[in-house]
Design a protein around this ligand. Structure first.
Ligand code: NAI
Length: 257
């Protein structure tokens, strides 16, 4: 009998996080879900106290060792409080990823996956002050800058910073034997996407973004990509930002890399 793996999923109550939980649970994986409500551990990842409470509760529930982590909790570009996009999507994710690294180090063939977004390449690249503040760990300055920018820009920048943070960790995490990757999805049919589509300003922009496969993804399709990155078939995949976006990134940036 193979050992039962324990995987922590933030944002487990809805959308992609729920789909990841469903897919892994069907294989007998032990899941520890973290979300604002409707999860094993209820915590607000927007604030330092909530992140600490979540990490302590994970350590208690797991006995101190976990085999996988999926940092999925996030808010969309439609939020009127744009600093919340910075605090949840970047700082909430990175603090949980870093905070649970020791627990992953005690796991079996450990791997972590962060959910970025293909919107990371759609931000105004001439001024990345917000991305820089995030990567410098300056949450107060990031909140200040975010409050002055449109939600779509803050959203894309939170995901660009998250993807860069994953790549910056490739060396140290690799040496520690923990694989760390990001997925950059395109539009996925979840409440988050629906809220953007319902927004009078954002909706037309989201609708106008071309997707070569000419459709939106089901959450289960992204869960399959996450499952691949967590599992043994991705044993040499590390520090990658995997676009699962129906081809939009290739269309927008055909010469990258
Ligand atoms: P969703 O709204 O269905 O699920 C997000 C979950 O995160 C919710 O359960 C919510 O309660 C939780 N969450 C939000 N703020 C939190 C906080 N402060 N503390 C703890 N939990 C919190 O959204 P969806 O679409 O499943 O999003 C999951 C991730 O995928 C997000 O990071 C999102 O940015 C990303 N993504 C989504 C895309 C889409 O088209 N749906 C496209 C690209 C990326």
């Amino acid at each position: 009998m193979p050992a039962v793996r324990t995987v922590v999923v933030t944002g487990s109550a809805s959308g992609l996080g729920a789909a990841v939980c469903e897919r892994l649970a069907a294989r007998g994986t032990r899941l520890i879900g973290v979300d604002l409500a409707g999860a094993d551990i209820e915590a607000d990842l927007a604030v330092p106290a909530g992140r600490s409470a979540a990490m302590n509760a994970v350590l208690e529930a797991s006995g101190g060792a976990i085999d996988g982590l999926v940092a999925c909790a996030g808010v969309g570009p439609h939020m009127s409080d744009t600093s919340l996009i910075s605090s949840v999507n970047y700082f909430g994710a990175v603090h949980i990823i870093d905070g649970l690294r020791p627990a992953l180090a005690g796991g079996l063939e450990p791997a972590a996956v962060a959910i970025a977004s293909n919107s990371l390449s759609l931000v105004p690249m001439h001024d990345l002050s917000l991305v820089d503040a995030m990567l410098a760990g300056n949450e107060v300055e990031a909140a200040r800058l975010a409050a002055e920018l449109p939600g779509a820009t803050v959203y894309g920048m939170s995901k660009l910073a998250l993807a860069r943070a994953i790549r910056h960790r490739a060396s140290a995490w690799g040496k520690a034997g923990i694989r760390l990757n990001a997925v950059a999805p395109g539009p996925v049919l979840t409440p988050l996407l629906q809220a953007s589509l319902d927004d009078p300003e954002l909706g037309p922009l989201v609708d106008a973004l071309p997707v070569p496969l000419d459709r939106r993804a089901e959450p289960g399709e992204i869960a399959a990509t996450v499952d691949f990155l967590l599992g043994p078939d991705a044993s040499f995949v590390h520090g990658a930002v995997l676009f699962a976006d129906g081809g939009t990134d290739a269309l927008v940036r055909p010469d990258q890399p």
